[in-house]
Write a protein that binds this ligand. Structure first.
Ligand code: FAD
Length: 291
């Protein structure tokens, strides 16, 4: 695939170009966009409208070493135990040690985490959740994701370097080689994006393309996971996530999906005034699959 003066050879319309193309507008995509915008132009492509994302529904909070009684060693040990000693040590260490700085960044952006009684200068209200030996959960009441996303969106909207394309669905990567064959040597030059309002496929070339499309829920082809949009599955297929994960240990992934499916079902139940709308989250199928 080559680009000829603003038009891909397959005829797809070339709309914009940028240094950084970020697909997805959850906490990952928005945070990255803010950092990338200090180095170049950014386009965020997202299949729905802001703030829609899993991030916006996250409730409980973020674990981070915050109190003087807590320590990085304790948090790392709790993480290893909760991860059944299957975690990558380098990742555990990086996430735990960098946590407080990332939290401070969110606070600097205007995220209002809940405080203990006593006003604006009171200490943050650190929650204690299962698996943690110390109080270390920063939260914004029970809508932490919503509050973080609010602050991130406000910051992103102030950046002239960031263009947000809502209702645009990433459908495939623009690569220097076809998916089969020498995929290992293939370079990514951007992405094909479907504008959902016009049904037009557009080509967005970029120096760097980053997938911030959330979990790999639909990557496991033979699992009856909840009803994530089918397009997301196609995109997952397109960038071959399932090939990388199909042979992987999915014990934790499946449990997480089950929990999230139940949450969605409960939400629909509440919205319907207590009457199940009969929609299939895949929970029943998942249960019978495992029976
Ligand atoms: C109900 C609930 C409660 C949770 N509670 C917590 C909690 O207390 N603490 C915690 O740490 N985590 C919690 N989580 C998990 C947490 O929300 C996620 O791990 C986190 O938000 C993932 O962020 P993300 O940016 O990677 O992905 P997401 O927030 O899922 O964002 C993905 C983005 O990609 C977009 N997208 C996907 N596919 C495409 C495509 N093909 N083209 C264009 N756009 C696309 C989506 O529209 C979305 O904007 C919870 C999750 C849920 C659902």
């Amino acid at each position: 695939m080559t680009l000829v003066r603003g038009r891909a050879t397959n005829g797809a319309k070339l709309m914009e170009t940028c240094d950084y193309l970020i697909i997805g507008s959850g906490i990952a995509g928005l945070s990255l966009a803010l950092k990338a915008a200090t180095r170049g132009s950014v386009i965020i492509v997202t299949k729905d409208c802001l703030p829609e994302s899993n991030s916006a529904y996250a409730q409980g909070g973020i674990a981070s070493v915050w109190s003087p009684e807590d320590s990085f060693d304790a948090h790392m040990q709790d993480t290893r135990v909760a991860g059944a000693e299957l975690c990558h040590e380098a990742v555990v260490e990086a996430v735990v040690r960098e946590g407080p700085d990332r939290i401070r960044e969110l606070i600097a952006l205007g995220t209002n985490f809940s405080r203990r009684p006593g006003g604006e200068d009171a200490e943050y209200d650190l929650g204690l959740e299962g698996g943690h030996s110390h109080r270390r959960i920063l939260h914004a009441s029970d809508a932490t994701g919503q509050e973080i996303i609010r602050a991130l969106i406000a910051a992103v909207r102030q950046q002239p370097n960031i263009l947000i394309l809502e209702k645009h669905l990433g459908i495939d990567l623009l690569t220097s080689a076809k998916p089969s064959g020498a995929a290992a040597q293939s370079e990514c030059w951007g992405a094909y994006v479907l504008a959902l309002s016009t049904n037009q496929v557009q080509t967005i070339p970029a120096r760097v393309t980053v997938l911030c499309t959330g979990g790999a829920g639909k990557a496991l082809m033979n699992r009856a996971v909840f009803a994530v949009k089918r397009q997301q599955l196609r995109f997952a297929r397109a960038h071959r996530i399932h090939q990388q994960t199909a042979g992987a240990d999915d014990r934790f992934l499946v449990r997480k999906q089950d929990a999230m499916a139940c949450t969605r079902r409960r939400k629909r139940w509440n919205q319907a005034g207590g009457a199940d709308d009969g929609g299939d989250d895949g929970v029943d199928a998942w249960r019978s699959d495992r029976a």
